[in-house]
Design a protein around this ligand. Structure first.
Ligand code: KIV
Length: 271
């Protein structure tokens, strides 16, 4: 008899049930094995291998430079750590827009090589062909509307999207297009809380927000931001649950000082 407890995995079906019974969905990014292991064992519902890896792991200014190979490396590392959460992986910029066959090839590589559970694409009607083709292969797709960082050079700034009536109407239509296409969930990034709440009421799939208020089905943050590892990024929506920057730099300084003084290693720390 196995002594291991069976872990009930989070599936797209489980997320749909959570929306139906009003249970909020927790989602956080991770990009490597060690962090993903802690996040998963904490009971997170969804782990996003976000293309924000381009910023927080690789130090790029935007999410545009990260490649499909690099996303697959991060995703495979995360997947090896995860027993419970649904792992969603971003399709990076340039691997799905404007060519649905290439979109399917990119999604298949993520599912086969990283063994991910689902992919996420940014955009609405303009990427519908890609969404349709990926879904036709049985790959679950999460949508992403509002501030879509892969389009930062079109927007020009990282400020709140869809504050005006026209853009808000387009966003609502896009949410419905993605729902009808068969997306299992939707991310709304940096949009007015009232608009996000309206979308969450009007679509049947879970709507998960980042800077989109609390009257929706779940929340997502970037792990480095909520742990306080990143210092320079502090938008209004970000709640820091720790100041790891201070704690880590304190530990590094103590180590340097112990090495310099000869205090480390001591007699018990050698052979
Ligand atoms: O890449 C990412 O981390 C994301 C979240 C901000 C939703 O897309």
């Amino acid at each position: 008899m196995s002594v291991h407890k069976e872990v009930k995995r989070v599936t797209t079906h489980v997320l749909q049930e959570m929306k139906l019974r009003g249970e909020k969905i927790s989602m956080l990014t991770a990009y490597d094995y060690s962090m993903a292991s802690i996040v998963d064992q904490s009971g997170m519902d969804i782990i996003l291998v976000g293309d924000s890896a381009s910023n927080v792991m690789a130090g790029h200014e935007t999410t545009l430079p990260i490649t499909l190979d690099q996303m697959i490396y991060h995703a495979a590392s995360v997947i090896r750590a995860v027993n419970r959460a649904l792992v969603v992986v971003d399709l990076p910029f340039g691997t799905y827009q404007g060519d649905s066959k290439e979109a399917l090839r990119s999604a298949v590589r993520i599912m086969k090589e990283a063994e991910a559970h689902a992919v996420k694409l940014e955009g609405g009607r303009e990427i519908k062909d890609s969404v349709d083709r990926i879904l036709s292969a049985g790959i679950p797709v999460m949508g992403h509307l509002g501030l879509t960082p892969q389009s930062i050079y079109k927007f020009g700034t990282y400020t709140v999207r869809a504050k005006g009536k026209d853009e808000a109407e387009i966003l609502i239509e896009d949410a419905k297009i993605l729902e009808e296409a068969g997306c299992f969930a939707l991310i709304l990034e940096k949009v007015p809380a009232e608009l996000a709440a309206k979308v969450a009421k009007e679509v049947t799939i879970p709507v998960i927000g980042i800077g989109a208020g609390g009257d929706i089905d779940g929340q997502v943050l970037v792990v480095h931001d909520m742990l306080g590892i990143t210092q320079e990024f502090s938008p209004r929506f970000l709640r820091r649950y720790h100041n790891l920057y201070e704690e880590m730099s304190g530990a590094f300084k103590n180590y340097i000082s112990d090495v310099k003084s000869g205090d480390f290693p001591n007699e018990k720390e050698q052979y």
